[in-house]
Design a protein around this ligand. Structure first.
Ligand SMILES: [Zn+2]
Length: 288
């Protein structure tokens, strides 16, 4: 049986058709038309799936979506693709595609893809980390996503590392996301230098005095946040994804700071760079 995976992103929607071995037969990418609302997103996915299906009548379909899925209602919440909020995407797609589908959020799809096909292949318990505009994550145990009782397993971005620390949009203070997300790191750089610089450019400025302060604080917060995760889960591997996962120092100095903060004298958890890059979403969707 063939599988179709669809990754619904804020600006592009990607679809892939794979065989049983997850070998790619066809891949397609189209723009996500958000301006015309929810209906046009449904139509985009329908067209993409039909296009990939062609003569393969029997295919499973998985969809990777931004935002969280409410365990109770199945409705999408906290999505940066605004028109999806409050929608029953799974049900609506099943109606127009006339078959059952699987659906999961992007962090869980990322973790699943990297655990089964990517950097953390052959590891049993895998924590997939997203560090970009926001900070999120997903947990995979024995090849399956562990969603938890209320679907929040892996969402480490809003655990508190600094009581009375930075204010977070979630209404609380000191959340991980307010220290190690892209916007948080850029804000910190602005406080230090008065410059508006992207993280990818900040790390090129390694000669500036402010850089040392910025980097030390980043590493300290990164270390503390992930050490808490290891203390609770003790995963076999951690895989980093999202825009900030390209920063090389996270894998040596960052890793050391994580180890320093873990309550164990024998910690050796691999902290790995993702292998599937932007394709983790579609592959995760295929596996669902
Ligand atoms: Zn928060």
């Amino acid at each position: 049986m063939y599988r179709i995976g669809v990754d619904l992103g804020g600006t592009k929607t990607e679809g892939v058709l794979v065989d049983e071995e997850f070998q790619v037969i066809e891949k397609k990418r189209v723009p996500t038309n958000q301006t015309n609302g929810y209906e046009s997103i449904l139509n985009t996915i329908q067209d993409l799936v039909n296009d990939l299906k062609k003569n393969n009548e029997k295919t499973s379909i998985g969809v990777c979506t931004p935002g969280a899925l409410s365990k109770e209602s199945g409705l999408i919440k906290n999505s940066n693709t605004q028109c999806l909020i409050g929608k029953d995407l799974k049900n609506d797609l099943e109606k127009i595609l006339d078959q059952e589908i699987s659906i999961e959020n992007d962090a869980n799809c990322f973790a699943l893809a990297e655990a089964r096909l990517g950097a953390a292949k052959n590891n049993d318990t895998v924590f997939g980390v997203i560090m970009g505009t926001g900070v999120g994550g997903g947990l995979v145990i024995s090849g399956k996503i562990h969603t938890g009782r209320t679907n929040i397993a892996g969402e480490w971005g809003h655990h508190c590392i600094r009581p009375n620390g930075n204010e977070c949009y979630c209404g609380r203070k000191g959340c991980v996301e307010t220290y190690i997300s892209g916007p948080a790191l850029e804000k910190k750089w602005n406080e230090l230098t008065n410059q508006n610089t992207s993280v990818s450019d900040i790390v090129k400025n390694s000669q500036e005095d402010a850089y040392k302060t910025w980097k030390n604080e980043f590493l300290e917060n990164f270390g503390l946040s992930l050490a808490n995760v290891i203390d609770i889960l003790d995963p076999d591997a951690i895989v980093l994804g999202g825009g900030l996962s390209n920063i090389p120092f996270l894998y040596d100095e960052g890793k050391n700071l994580v180890y320093e903060n873990v309550f164990s004298d024998t910690v050796d958890t691999p902290i790995l760079q993702n292998q599937l890059g932007d394709s983790a979403g579609v592959f995760g969707a295929c596996i669902l």
